[in-house]
Write a protein that binds this ligand. Structure first.
Ligand code: ADP
Ligand code: GLC
Length: 468
């Protein structure tokens, strides 16, 4: 079985969030299950890509907004990447340093999809399934079904995976003429509430649709920024498949980004060495419980609640340390920074993106905070479990599917509301747990052994492909 994954992110080539981790790991696990998984993504002009040996294997041209763009297909051959990987190079369109944040992003998504389909047809490549990740590539099912230029692919089954339904990629009907000529009687498939909505269109046109956790699929049927009715009416082809993690890469026993490696039997000394490193850098006290947060500083992650929750928790308990690694809304960043001066030795933050530091925090923190308002799956809680760090989560989406409260014979701390009070109360429960040393140590060992590797979910995707 041959699968073509199409995505705007893939670790280690370009990563903004969990989408990259998923597309960088799922194909590898699928290859272990007798499937040939190929990934296609844009060529970005970033540090990682510039250091690679790339080989041009095909080229062609597309027309986008009345402009002729040449494209090149570059294959990337590296020991770091255990699946076929092709980068689509389009000068003046895709070859930028960042993945997102450009004014012409709609054209970037469209240009990528046009070039990809053009190449597949031109080279007569055949795939059993085209697997589209998020709205950036979710128009592919429509294009292959209704555009004359791509009719050779008409019978190729497609899957759209919704990693995050907050982002739908909509654009104005005025841009309809940018699309390749299509059978106009199907124009309604592109529309959702008065604009062209790629994610909605993907849900309508794909052979199958999935979210990255079962609970998130159920939540979306109630509230999906306007797509809830659509997901309910298409529910026969919709399913939730829980993300996994790459347990070879996220492995405290071999992780080269840690100060000291460890396994369940050496978790106490291993975590202590990594915690010491964090404490030395950020001025913390190694004997106090350390609560970490890693993530995008946005409302979805409840990052706006963090400054007040940190202030209240430290004022009330004194004997705790909190560390935040993240970047996002400037307002939140600006509220976090002064807390360093307000609570020296108690709170610290690194504003920015730092892969190595994130590994150190997963290993060195005692608890990981994830009070998310919305969490389609969340990978951080699974990384933290693997590194023996107890997750503190809001019961939502994938967090609900992966973390069981210690009071229910589980291993984490869960709360229901996205509120400062709930976060503070969970931190308080964390302190109590930390002080119950025997139980705390037992849970650290226990969570490291939970299997969240991709093996099971990679098979679930294959079973889904076979249903089409
Ligand atoms: P999302 O994709 O919504 O951001 P996930 O939990 O699925 O959330 O994945 C987030 C990924 O991004 C994890 O690999 C996490 O470690 C990483 N990450 C997020 N923010 C940072 C940061 N500031 N520095 C390093 N890694 C980060
Ligand atoms: C999205 C979601 C996150 C999920 C990730 C990978 O970015 O916000 O919850 O883990 O995609 O599927």
């Amino acid at each position: 079985m041959k699968i073509l994954h199409t995505s705007f992110e893939c670790y280690p080539i370009a990563k903004v969030g969990g989408l990259a981790d998923v597309v960088g790991a799922l194909p590898k696990y699928q290859n272990n299950l007798n499937v040939t998984a190929t990934v296609t993504m844009p060529y970005y002009e970033n540090t990682f890509v510039k250091q690679q040996k790339l080989k041009e294997i095909s080229s062609g041209n597309i027309i986008l907004d009345a402009v002729n763009y040449d494209y090149k297909i570059l294959s990337l051959d590296s020991n770091e990447i255990p699946f076929n990987l092709y980068l689509i190079h389009i000068s003046n369109l895709l070859d930028r340093e960042q993945v997102y944040g450009y004014e012409d992003e709609t054209n970037r998504y469209l240009g990528f999809q046009f070039a990809l389909l053009d190449w597949v047809i031109k080279e007569k490549l055949s795939f059993d399934v085209i697997h589209c990740h998020d709205h950036h590539t979710a128009l592919i099912p429509f294009f292959i079904n209704y555009c004359n230029s791509y009719k050779e692919l008409k019978n190729t089954p497609t899957i759209v995976t919704i990693h995050n339904a907050q982002y739908q990629g909509h654009f104005s009907h005025e841009k309809l003429d940018v699309l390749p000529a299509f059978d106009f009687k199907h124009v309604g498939l592109l529309d959702w509430y008065g604009s062209v909505n790629p994610l909605a269109c993907g849900i309508k046109c794909a052979s199958r649709v999935n979210t990255v956790s079962p609970s998130y699929m159920e939540e979306l049927k109630e509230n999906a920024n306007g797509l809830e009715g659509l997901l309910r009416s298409e529910s026969n082809k919709c399913v939730g498949i829980l993300n996994g993690i790459d347990t070879d890469f996220w492995n405290p026993e071999t992780d080269t980004m840690l100060v000291k490696n460890y396994k369940p039997s050496t978790v106490i000394s291993g975590k202590k060495a990594n915690k010491k490193e964090l404490c030395d850098i950020y001025g913390f006290d190694i004997d106090l419980p350390l609560f970490g947060f890693i993530g995008r500083l946005v409302g979805e992650k409840s990052a706006d609640l963090l400054p007040e929750a940190i202030r209240q928790s430290i004022s009330e308990h004194k004997e705790i340390n909190i560390f935040v690694l993240g970047s996002g809304h400037k307002e939140i960043e600006n509220q976090l920074q002064p807390l360093k001066e307000e609570f020296p030795g108690k709170f610290n933050t690194h504003i920015g993106y730092d892969e190595k530091l994130s590994h150190l925090v997963y290993a060195g923190a005692d608890f990981l905070l994830m009070p998310s308002r919305v969490e389609p799956c969340g990978l951080n809680q699974m990384y933290s479990l693997r590194y023996g760090t107890l997750p503190i989560v809001r019961r939502t989406g994938g967090l609900k599917d992966t973390v069981i409260d210690i009071g229910d014979e589980g291993f984490g701390i869960c709360h229901d509301q996205a509120s400062v009070w709930d976060i503070c109360y969970s931190i308080k429960r964390g302190i109590e747990l930390y002080n119950n040393k025997n139980l705390f140590r037992r849970k650290q060992k226990q969570i490291m052994k939970i299997d969240h590797s991709w093996t099971k979910s990679a098979q679930e995707y294959i079973d889904l492909y076979k249903l089409i």
